[in-house]
Write a protein that binds this ligand. Structure first.
Ligand code: NAD
Ligand code: DAU
Length: 374
C-alpha cells in the first residue's frame, strides 16, 4: 500500500511541456506521489525542475519507456494508478533526418508503456477501476489545413483572426505527413486499441503548438530569441507563410490537469489557443519584443531574417477547435498571446545561463549540421 492518495507516473517530465505538468501536479496535489520517468535524451533537462526536486511527493526515475520490464517493476514498486504520457521524440526536422528513432520511441515506447500498465493493472483485484492512461498527442496527426483566407479574417470562434474556413475537430480524419506526426498517429491508435480491446481507461488529447519557458532551443520561438540575442541569422523556412496555432505551455498543463481528473474515459479532446499566426508575423513580434527588452532601436534585428529552403512536406496550416473542451470541461486559455509572448521572451532573456548550457557543446554541432544541409 502507498501513503499517497494517488501515484502517478508522468513520462517525459524533464522535457518542455512535461516539466510544466510535473510542477503543476507536485505543487497542486501534495497528497499525490508524482514519479517523473524520463530517459534524459538531448531534450530532457532536470534543471527545468530545480524548484521542486526536493519535494516529498516527487521522485525522479531515469528510465526508457521502451524498457518494458523496468516499467512493469516501477508500476508495482510505486502502486501506480495513473500514467500521463508525454515522453516522445518531438521535433519534426529531426524526424525527417532520422525516422527510426521516432518509430522506436513514439510507437514502441508507447506500446511498451501500455502493455506494462495492462499487465500490472490486470493483476490487481480491482483491475482497471480508478486507473487512467492519459496520452498526450499533437494536432499534427490531422495533417494540414488550407490557407483559404491568406490575409486573415475575423473568426467566429476566437478573438484572433483566422486564415481558413476549416479547423481540426476531434472527428477530423488522421492524415499525418511527417515521420514525427506519423509516429504520433500510430501511438494514438495503439492507445485507443488498448481501450477497445482490453478495456483500459484511456484518454487522448491533441494539442497545438506550445510556447513558453524551458522549450528546447531547436523549436522556432526559443531558437529565434537566442539567435537575435547573438545577432545570428533567423532561418525562415520557405516564405514564412505557414500558420500555427500557439498556446502558452502553462495553459496546456492546466488542460491536462482538468482532463486527467474530469475527462471522459475513451474520449478525445482537442486543446488549442484559438491563436493563429503566420510564421513571418510571429517572427516579427519576437524581433520587436526582444529588441525592445534589449534596448535596441525598433527594427534593429529585422535584417537577421533569412529565407531558407523549406522543410520537406511542410504542413501549411494548423488550427484547433477546442470548443468541446471548453463546453464540456470549462477549460479555456488563461493568457492572451501578447501577455504570453512578453513573459516568454523575458524568461529567455533572464535565464541566459539555462540557454547557454544547452547551446554550447554537442548542441552547437547538431545545429550547424542541420543548417548546413538546408
Ligand atoms: P520535449 O522534446 O521537450 O521533451 C521530451 C521528453 O521526453 C524529454 O525530457 C526526453 O528526455 C523524454 N524522452 C524522450 N524519449 C524518451 C524515452 N524513450 N524514454 C523516456 N523519456 C524519453 O517534448 P515536448 O515539446 O515537451 O512534448 C511533450 C509531448 O507533447 C510529446 O509527446 C509531444 O508529441 C507532445 N506535444 C508537443 C507539442 C509542442 O508544441 N511542443 C504540442 C502538442 C503535443
Ligand atoms: O503542432 C504541435 C507541434 O508543434 C508539436 O507536436 C511538435 O512537437 C512541436 O515541435 C511543434 O511542431 P512545429 O514543427 O510546428 O514547431 P517548430 O517550432 O519546429 O516550427 C514552427 C514553425 O516554424 C513551422 O512552420 C516551421 C517554422 N520554422 C521552424 C524552425 C525551427 C522556421 O521557419 N524556421 C526554423 O528554424
Amino acid at each position: 500500500m502507498s501513503d499517497f492518495k494517488r501515484n502517478i507516473i508522468i513520462t517525459g517530465g524533464a522535457g518542455f511541456i512535461g516539466s510544466h505538468v510535473v510542477r503543476l501536479f507536485v505543487n497542486k496535489y501534495p497528497d499525490y506521489h508524482i514519479i517523473n520517468l524520463d530517459k534524459l535524451t538531448y531534450a530532457g533537462n532536470l534543471v527545468n525542475l530545480k524548484d521542486i526536486e526536493d519535494r516529498p511527493n516527487y521522485t525522479f526515475v531515469k528510465a526508457d519507456i521502451c524498457d518494458f520490464n523496468k516499467i512493469g517493476e516501477l508500476m508495482k514498486q510505486y502502486h501506480v494508478d495513473g500514467i500521463i504520457h508525454l515522453a516522445a521524440e518531438s521535433h519534426v526536422d529531426r524526424s525527417i533526418k532520422d525516422p527510426f528513432t521516432f518509430a522506436q520511441t513514439n510507437v514502441m515506447g508507447t506500446l511498451s508503456l501500455l502493455q506494462a500498465a495492462k499487465l500490472y493493472w490486470e493483476s490487481l483485484p480491482e483491475r482497471y477501476e480508478g486507473k487512467r492512461f492519459y496520452h498526450i498527442s499533437t494536432d499534427e496527426v490531422y495533417g494540414a489545413l488550407e490557407l483559404t483566407c491568406p490575409e486573415g479574417k475575423k473568426s467566429e470562434i476566437s478573438a484572433h483572426e483566422v486564415y481558413g474556413e476549416e479547423f481540426f475537430h476531434e472527428t477530423t480524419k488522421y492524415q499525418p505527413h511527417s515521420p514525427y506526426s506519423a509516429s504520433k498517429a500510430s501511438s494514438d491508435h495503439f492507445v485507443r486499441a488498448f481501450h477497445d480491446t482490453y478495456g483500459m481507461p484511456t484518454i487522448v488529447t491533441n494539442c497545438s503548438n506550445n510556447y513558453g519557458p524551458y522549450q528546447f532551443p531547436e523549436k522556432l520561438i526559443p531558437l529565434f530569441i537566442n539567435n537575435i540575442r547573438h545577432r545570428k541569422p533567423l532561418p525562415v523556412y520557405g516564405k514564412g507563410e505557414n500558420v500555427r496555432d500557439w498556446l502558452y505551455v502553462v495553459d496546456h498543463a492546466r488542460a491536462i490537469d482538468t482532463i486527467f481528473h474530469h475527462g471522459k474515459i475513451a474520449d478525445t479532446y482537442n486543446i488549442g489557443g484559438f491563436n493563429e499566426w503566420k510564421n513571418i508575423d510571429i517572427i516579427k513580434v519576437i524581433i520587436k519584443t526582444v529588441d525592445r527588452l534589449l534596448g535596441n532601436p525598433e527594427g534593429y534585428s529585422l535584417d537577421l531574417i533569412t529565407y531558407v529552403t523549406d522543410r520537406a512536406g511542410h504542413d501549411l496550416r494548423y488550427a484547433i477547435d477546442s470548443t468541446k473542451l471548453k463546453n464540456e470541461l470549462g477549460w479555456k486559455p488563461s493568457l492572451q498571446f501578447e501577455e504570453g509572448i512578453e513573459k516568454t521572451v523575458r524568461w529567455y532573456l533572464d535565464n541566459q545561463e539555462w540557454m547557454d548550457n544547452i547551446t554550447s557543446g554537442e548542441y552547437e554541432k547538431y545545429y550547424e549540421s542541420m543548417y548546413k544541409d538546408r
